[in-house]
Design a protein around this ligand. Structure first.
Ligand SMILES: Cc1cc2nc3c(=O)[nH]c(=O)nc-3n(C[C@H](O)[C@H](O)[C@H](O)COP(=O)(O)OP(=O)(O)OC[C@H]3O[C@@H](n4cnc5c(N)ncnc54)[C@H](O)[C@@H]3O)c2cc1C
Length: 337
């Protein structure tokens, strides 16, 4: 074991771990980012060409977090010198009288998010070639769009390394021993850190076992349509065809998401309430956990990186993290502590 002690070791170089590590390095923390696969890889949830970015949410806390996340994405674009976001607009359709659609509409209005509310009769003028189902309402979140996922991940990892961070791939973490200094073992090395951030995506519980904790995460299927035009000009972003969400579709249990691309990301695990986990370990304050990002966590990654890094540095997080506490699963999380 080396005598070197890192300020922080981040486990998992998906988008959440990479953004967290970058924030730490930017704050002059000596940071190690460990990844089990050789990078780049396509086995977690952060690969692929595109992800939707939007402020259109039912919950105030997500809409509020997205206000800052957009700013941080713009900063990242500047720092990396690459385009990461493309504005397309997002069409949200949903049963007009449903609780979900009404809440989303209210949240957009309350936070003064630039939105076009579409009446049934004007729908086809704005969105030709699409039929609005009977009883559905529609709105457009005008600043929504797509993030270039692979490009963003590469850019953040490069910025992390340029800020002095150490990135080691092909290193599967097989042990995490809590303590004032946490010991992290891989098959070939042992590292020590004053704090550890676990951002292991679908593997979160495998790692948390070492720290005596299990979160109620389960695999779910989400409906994502990635479209590629067969006839040029019909459904292109250039023709103002937006990303879309069909809330509460007749066809199934989950919302349908649509965006331009041709590559599918992989695994996803969700919490029972489908909200994230952003918290310290209930018994070890220097082990920080970011998990359960479900099918919508990519757009938040700069702000998630910021709050997880604040927790790792022992600072008060700049956003209210009460919706994301582990405590809410008290009856469901198996803790052997
Ligand atoms: C089909 C689909 C569509 C989506 N669409 C959107 C969208 O439109 N908009 C949006 O905002 N979000 C979307 N998301 C969600 C978003 O992609 C995820 O929330 C996000 O990528 C999660 O990132 P992560 O870093 O937590 O996980 P991951 O990307 O899975 O990263 C975890 C990393 O940890 C590593 N790791 C695990 N165990 C170990 C170990 N023992 N040692 C070392 N390393 C380890 C893994 O190899 C992996 O690289 C979508 C997700 C899916 C699956």
């Amino acid at each position: 074991m080396s005598s070197e002690v890192f300020d922080c070791i981040v486990i998992g170089a998906g988008i959440q771990g990479s953004c967290t590590a970058y924030q730490l390095a930017k704050n002059k923390q000596k940071t190690l980012l460990l990844e089990q696969f050789v990078l780049p890889h396509s086995r977690g949830s952060s690969h692929g060409q595109t992800r939707i970015i939007r402020k259109a949410y039912e919950e105030d806390f997500y809409t509020q977090m997205m206000q800052e996340s957009y700013e941080l994405w713009a900063e990242l674009e500047k720092e990396a010198g690459v385009e990461l976001y493309r504005r397309t607009g997002l069409l949200v359709m949903g049963p007009e009288k449903s609780e979900g659609f009404s809440k989303l509409k209210d949240t957009m209005q309350r936070h003064k998010i630039p939105t076009v509310f579409l009446e049934k009769q004007e729908f086809n003028e704005h969105i030709p070639n699409v039929n609005l189902s009977e009883g559905n309402g529609a709105l457009i979140d005008t600043f929504a769009g797509v993030l270039y996922a692979d490009r963003a991940l590469r850019a953040v990892q490069r910025l992390f390394q340029c800020s002095g961070g150490v990135l080691k791939d092909g290193q599967t973490v097989t042990g995490v021993s809590p303590g004032a200094v946490v010991t992290v073992s891989t098959g070939s090395a042992v590292y020590r850190g004053k704090s550890v951030v676990i951002t292991a995506g679908p593997w979160a519980n495998t790692l948390l076992t070492h720290a005596g904790l299990q979160l109620p995460l389960k695999v779910v299927k989400i409906n994502v349509c990635y479209w590629k035009e067969k006839i040029p000009g019909t459904y292109s972003v250039g023709q103002s065809f937006p990303c879309f969400i069909q809330m509460e579709p007749k066809e199934g249990e989950y919302d349908i998401y649509g965006l331009p691309s041709n590559e599918y990301p992989g695994l996803m695990k969700v919490t029972p309430d489908q909200h994230f986990v952003l918290d310290s370990h209930p018994s070890y304050g220097n082990i920080i956990i970011g998990a359960g990002f479900s099918g919508h966590g990519f757009k938040f990654s700069p702000i998630i990186g910021k709050v997880l890094s604040q927790l790792a540095m022992g600072q008060v997080p700049s956003h209210d993290l009460s919706p994301f506490r582990i405590q809410r699963f008290q009856s469901q999380s198996k803790s052997s502590l």
